[in-house]
Design a protein around this ligand. Structure first.
Ligand code: MN
Length: 488
């Protein structure tokens, strides 16, 4: 297992003498240690950098250290930033500039020129910020006192995003079968995706999975079925269908783990040799942190895995989702999201039920077992990655999930109901204008700010549809971005 960590690199120079440098180092160590107590990953003090050689050496080490998921810089004193050029120009890890200072307040009686020379982050961090701006290096800037909760919260979110970037750069996706025939938005340039995001997306035969399923023993199935019953209520007499899903899950998981894949896709159009489309199987795998995309949608499968890993709860409330149908009543307008089977139970508001129902779509010879539940209420986002030809666009929309306003007793799948920003109609218009897919990752855990930072780290386009977005403003924004991306 990797020990993920972040490196704290503090800028200074020789001008102030050793006493000041010793104070800077002692304080930087103290800050890293104390901050680490409220951060999800340790912040390791590395160096008080005074020369170009020291900075280049530290960045070189960060680039090649698999545990290091990013660097966090700060200038306690002034650090002439030309000494940072060579190091920053070779940086390959996510970069956050923490614009803070050691002391919280100006000490009225104590402040003199010595104090000023030691505590000059206010201009040191400006010099430091300039060089990243000048070099056009993507970085996150977080300003505030290091002991403020808002600062450590934002640093925590950024760290989780940087870990998401690390997972993305090592991600393998297993595809069973191709994309659903004729569908455009689930297509994409896998070479571009690997170059930009690191994803290795490759195909395995459905026949290989069927062979793997035949090797699963009855006692392994017994054991997984009892795991299901710990978390889910059994609401079907068709235990055979449940056992068949367990067989599918064990076989899929074995193949994923053997190839170190964290995400997979399949399609109902290619179930050769299988009796049921994996439903409960895919749902339970998602609850373990694996990404999934239906209809061969490897982009959404990969994003689901990454966002699950980025979320506050590790494999938390982020899930493959599909916009299905609208409720357009006056005064209450909602989207209803679901999928034909595969909604992750991390979204559930209460204990899911295992049910079996007929599934008309695809080549199912038997009724597939699936989990049925209602999604939680709360603020969330939906995320879609689309291939615009020559670049990838990450679209994020703010949404507010509600408890479904009706029971829908004959709907045989898990369901989530939400209001999209700025409102249903304008929200749909904005989503369609931006080219967002019907498949998304819905997340209660990961924020739009994190997705913006992710896009910045990976070097892809970012579009955010918020309460303040209008279709007109969005059209103008996309027109300008289209020009800008053609120039890059
Ligand atoms: Mn779908």
């Amino acid at each position: 297992m990797k020990r993920r960590e972040f490196w704290f690199i503090v800028g200074s120079q020789f001008l102030y003498g050793n006493e000041v440098l010793n104070t800077v180092e002692a304080r930087a160590r103290e800050m890293a240690e104390k901050l680490s107590e409220s951060l999800p990953y340790p912040l390791i003090y590395k160096v008080t950098a005074k020369t170009s050689a020291e900075i280049s050496e530290t960045v070189k080490n960060a680039n090649f250290d698999d545990n290091c998921c990013g660097i966090i810089t700060w200038c306690h004193t002034f650090s002439p930033s030309k000494m940072w050029i060579n190091g920053l120009a070779s940086l390959q890890k996510p970069y956050c500039h923490l614009a803070t200072q050691y002391n919280k307040e100006i000490p009225n009686e104590e402040i003199d020129m010595d104090f000023m020379n030691l505590n000059q982050a206010a201009h040191g961090d400006r010099e430091h910020g300039f060089i990243a701006a000048r070099l056009r290096i993507p970085r996150k800037v977080i300003a505030g006192h290091w002991q403020d909760k808002s600062v450590s919260d934002r640093l925590s979110s950024w760290m989780r995003t940087a870990v998401g970037a690390s997972i993305s750069r090592n991600l393998k996706v297993m595809r069973f079968g191709d994309n659903m025939r004729e569908v455009a938005v689930t297509e994409g340039d896998k070479v571009e995706a690997q170059a930009k995001l690191g994803w290795q997306v490759n195909t395995w035969a459905v026949g290989d999975l069927v062979k793997e399923m035949e090797l699963v023993s009855e006692s392994e199935i017994d054991s997984l079925v009892s795991t299901y019953l710990e978390s889910y209520d059994l609401a079907t007499d068709n235990i055979g269908a449940v056992r068949y899903q367990a067989r599918e899950e064990i076989a899929i998981k074995r193949m994923l783990d053997r190839e170190s894949c964290l995400a997979f896709s399949n399609t109902f159009q290619d179930l050769y040799g299988m009796k049921q489309l994996p439903g409960l199987a895919s749902q339970h795998l998602m609850s373990l942190g694996y990404g999934y995309g239906g209809e061969g949608d490897w982009k959404v499968a990969a994003m689901t895995a990454i966002m699950k890993a980025m979320g506050e709860n590790g494999n938390g409330a982020s899930a493959f989702m599909e916009d299905y149908t609208y409720h357009l009543a006056d005064g209450e307008r909602y989207s209803l999201g679901a999928h034909m089977l595969e909604v992750c139970p991390s979204l559930a508001s209460d204990r899911p039920r295992i049910e079996t129902h007929h599934l008309g779509i695809g080549m199912n010879k038997e009724d597939p077992a699936r989990l049925v539940f209602e999604g939680k209420a709360g603020d969330a986002i939906v995320v879609s990655l689309v291939d615009m030809g020559g670049r990838l666009r990450l679209i994020v929309q703010d949404i507010v999930c509600v408890k479904p306003i009706m029971p829908m007793p004959n709907l045989p799948v898990a369901r989530v109901m939400w209001e999209a920003m700025p409102d249903l109609e304008r929200g749909v218009e904005c989503w369609i204008i931006a080219g967002g897919a019907h498949h998304t990752v819905l997340s209660y855990d990961v924020s739009a700010e994190q997705m913006r930072d992710f896009a910045s780290i990976m070097g892809i386009e970012f579009v955010h549809i918020t309460k303040a977005t209008t279709p007109e403003k969005l059209e103008d924004e996309l027109f300008i971005k289209d020009l800008a991306w053609k120039l890059r």
